[in-house]
Write a protein of this length. Sequence first.
Length: 345
Amino acid sequence: MKFSLFAHMERISPDQDQKKLYDEFIALCKMADAGGMHAIWTGEHHGMNFTIAPNPFLNLVDLAHHTKNVRLGTGTVIAPFWHPIRLAGEAAMTDIITSGRLDLGVARGAYSFEYERMLPGLDAWEAGQRMRELVPAVQNLWAGNYTHEGEFWSFPKTTSAPLPFQDGGPPIWVAARDPNSHDFAVANGCNVQVTPLWKGDSEITDLMDKFNAACKKFPDRPRPKIMLLQHTYVSDSPEDTKRGAEELNRFYNYFGAWFMNKREIEQGLIAPLTDEEIAAHPFYSPEAMARDLVIGEPDAVIARLKQYEALGYDEYSFWIDSSMSFERKKASLERFIRDVMPAFQ
């Protein structure tokens, strides 16, 4: 099982300097590269200081000049916000600039906050249908001389300009949860990204079951890769484990508030949650986070990841977004590289 880092700029206070946050993001990515991680993933979001990532290709091109070995992946671009010709061309240009290190992750998106602003009237169903139309179109544009007549886009014969550096184009990864998404990915020769979010090991097993069922449904297609993305904190003591669970519980409360899209937003920042509101959440709690996320000292983390490796996951992505301080993120990542990863070599 390979390991990667999943990271964004996170801004939770108007007092935080954005340039400093970006420099800290770069520093974490350089640690991942120097530490032997396989890849770095960063996504796309709009108007949200919670996750600042307006165009992941910009970040990845910059990271190509700060790193030497890691693959550089979009985790993920939001399909309905892209025209197929534009995505094919920008991904191909990024692939050239990075000398063939690009992986292209694609998703339908999750936040109605973004749908309202980028494509008013869009819902999750249509976003998924747009993704299913977009991915094959990008693949065909990389092959060239492609004419498209679809539900959402139509254009005459076109070839991606430029063509990608990698033969056939960068590997495409589809963010999948329901069986139809797994089926779509396998049928179209795409790898699969999954995240259980806060739902724990039963969800991790269920997602692998869906992936395996899709592979059986398309026996003529080569088995793609599957990556597990999960919030991770490697602690140095039981007290630090408890603190990590408390911090990730606060993060998920804010994540849930953004997802619900009912709270006041001011200058890109969500109205602060009170301690009482966090304590009253019906299913987020520090105890649930400690149980369902990967939080613990190195031996406990190794044991848990060995279970995921045994299930068949090809890659585990250390999701470092947590609203923790840079110093705490850095210490956790250092422990992961030094004390966890060697157990899988």
